[in-house]
Design a protein around this ligand. Structure first.
Ligand SMILES: Cc1cc2nc3c(=O)[nH]c(=O)nc-3n(C[C@H](O)[C@H](O)[C@H](O)COP(=O)(O)O)c2cc1C
Length: 167
């Protein structure tokens, strides 16, 4: 089926937009830290690389997020790129706050950046800038350290479901 014509003044209702945005495939990351001894974090598919010098990445967080106001207070944030076997882990990291880290092997840096031990790439970050962006906040993160695996495949989020890269 081909897409219809682009006409202005169309109703950009959120359900329709979500469907259209979902056509663009993305990876998924866990953004996490340890704040006052508690693990805190969420899953985000809005992650993207931004700049090499300085080293920056970004993700968008909904202004309704109950986790972000606490997470943003962390000295450092960990970002983990999820692997293709992390579908359930991703759902867990988006689910009830009390159980987000149940059974997960994680490592925290002395500054509190928390990453998943079996992630594909891990970043140690601080907040570079937060930009108001409608019903979300665009968070630019500055990288301080990075490590990555060479073998496994990433988790792919597409049309509200999980997939993997063929091959
Ligand atoms: C695949 C997937 C991708 C998600 N991506 C984002 C995202 O980019 N930004 C965001 O704010 N929430 C995203 N979420 C939702 C959060 O993980 C979390 O459920 C939401 O922030 C509500 O929890 P909170 O109130 O504790 O923040 C995503 C959830 C899933 C399952």
């Amino acid at each position: 089926m081909t897409a219809g014509p682009l006409t202005t003044n169309q109703d950009l209702d959120p359900a329709r937009l979500r469907e259209a945005f979902g056509i663009f495939p993305s990876g998924v990351v866990a953004v996490a830290s340890e704040v006052e001894g508690e693990l805190i974090g969420l899953a985000a598919s809005s992650f993207t690389s931004v700049s090499l010098e300085p080293a920056l990445v970004s993700f968008s967080v909904a202004n309704t997020s109950k986790t972000w106001p606490t997470l943003r207070r962390a000295a450092h944030l960990g970002v983990t790129i999820l692997a293709d076997h992390h579908g359930d882990v991703c759902r867990q990291l988006a689910g009830p706050v009390a159980h987000r880290f149940d059974g997960l092997a994680v490592t925290a840096t002395p500054d509190g950046a928390v990453t998943l031990d079996d992630g594909l790439a891990m970043f140690d970050c601080t907040i570079y800038r937060e930009v108001e962006a409608g019903d979300h906040t665009l968070v630019l993160l500055q990288l301080h350290a990075v490590t990555h695996a060479d073998t496994a495949q990433p988790l792919v989020f597409h049309r509200s479901g999980f997939g993997r890269i063929a091959g």
